[in-house]
Design a protein around this ligand. Structure first.
Ligand code: UT7
Length: 327
């Protein structure tokens, strides 16, 4: 059976670290509140001259190196991001140019924090139908440029970085076993960026003075939906493959909030030893969170051949989804 499987992973993060103690000097907050409510201790922040493409290119090159794939063989590049270098052209075009993947069709995908799982789902469909052979799926963000650093409700949560995976066609019964993607547009205003689009084009009085070019979030609403949606997406994967939580070797959820991860894992009956968490180091990096975690789990030997790996995402839109793989 023709399937898609991940043959290489990579990630790239800014060197600059912003700790909770640093944030205490910027807004009315404290390390105890941030750690107990979110689990986040520090995040990486891009400096001048670093963009979303900077980290995406580095992560893609590391994934290519691990996979051994020749860049000329890449025929599809999908970038999940809400912080592209520019509204257009797609940042995927910039990445294509920088890594020299001249034979690829490329595009950006807007599914907020679910961008990587959405991208993996599309790559899986292209590859398992024989329409592509080697894809790069990337999640990359520089959220620090759309975060309101005077809003303590949101600025403590987010970080920058990128993760990537090379996804290849192969004949076998492992690799990507299923992907499920969902959306619920009724909640689009719960987490969004009001400015910079066709509704609120740039103007000094409107978008700038009213701070519309910073992301807005109803944290409590997002929290409740995140737990339910990630459980639904994970259950869809388990049901479709006729497996129970006991069969899962490693669960890699979107890294938004430790309490969301714990509540989702508990509902699914997954013990802490099966759950990958790195958000204490990076905060919520949106579309980059799952591929960064996947790369760390891969390079640290947390995933062995034959292991069943479950990825689950949730983000603005709302969008959510899951991917189940035999490693
Ligand atoms: O990637 C997907 C999208 N994002 C998410 O999944 C995030 C989902 N939401 C969350 O993670 C949580 O809702 C937050 C971490 C954002 C907030 O946690 P919470 O437990 O829901 O807190 P809250 O918003 O109910 O605020 C509780 C209190 C409030 O004070 P009062 O009204 O009780 O006096 C806030 O003003 O905590 C206050 N507060 C803070 N205090 C210190 C809010 N932010 C801070 C802060 N430091 N940074």
């Amino acid at each position: 059976m023709l399937r898609a499987r991940i043959t290489g992973t990579g990630s790239a993060l800014p060197d600059k670290i912003l700790t909770n103690a640093d944030l205490e000097r910027m807004v009315e907050t404290n390390d105890e509140w941030i750690t107990s409510r979110t689990g986040i201790r520090q995040r990486r922040i891009a400096v001048e001259g670093e963009y979303t493409s900077t980290f995406a290119v580095a992560a893609a090159q590391r994934a290519l190196e691990m996979s051994g794939a020749n860049v000329d063989e890449i025929d599809l590049i999908i970038l999940g991001t809400v912080t592209p270098d520019f509204p257009f052209p797609s940042t995927a075009c910039i990445i294509q140019h920088e890594i020299g993947a001249h034979n690829a069709a490329v595009f950006d995908l807007s599914a907020a924090c679910s961008g990587f799982v959405y991208g993996l789902s599309i790559a899986d469909r292209f590859i398992s139908s024989g329409k592509a052979k080697k894809a790069l799926v990337i999640g990359a963000e520089v959220l620090s440029r759309i975060v309101d650093w005077s809003d303590r409700n949101t600025c403590i949560l987010f970080g920058d970085g990128a993760g990537a995976a090379v996804v290849e066609a192969y004949e076998g019964d492992g690799g990507i076993l299923s992907t499920h993607i969902f959306s619920n547009g009724s909640f689009w205003e719960t987490l969004y960026l009001p400015g910079c689009g066709s509704r609120n084009p740039a103007s000094q009085q409107h978008t700038i003075d009213e701070r519309l070019f910073f992301l807005k979030m109803e944290g409590n609403d997002v929290f409740k939906h995140a737990v339910r949606a990630m459980e639904e997406a994970a259950s869809a994967a388990l049901t479709a493959n006729g497996i129970s939580p006991d069969n899962i070797s490693l669960f890699i959820p979107h890294q938004a909030n430790r309490r969301i991860i714990d509540a989702t894992s508990k509902r699914l009956g997954l013990g802490e030893d099966k759950v990958f968490v790195n958000l204490h180091n990076y905060g919520n990096t949106s579309a980059a969170s799952i591929p960064i975690a996947l790369d760390e789990a891969n390079r640290s030997g947390r995933m062995k051949a034959g292991d069943i790996i479950l990825l689950t995402a949730f983000g603005g839109g709302f969008t959510y989804g899951s991917a189940l793989m035999r490693w």
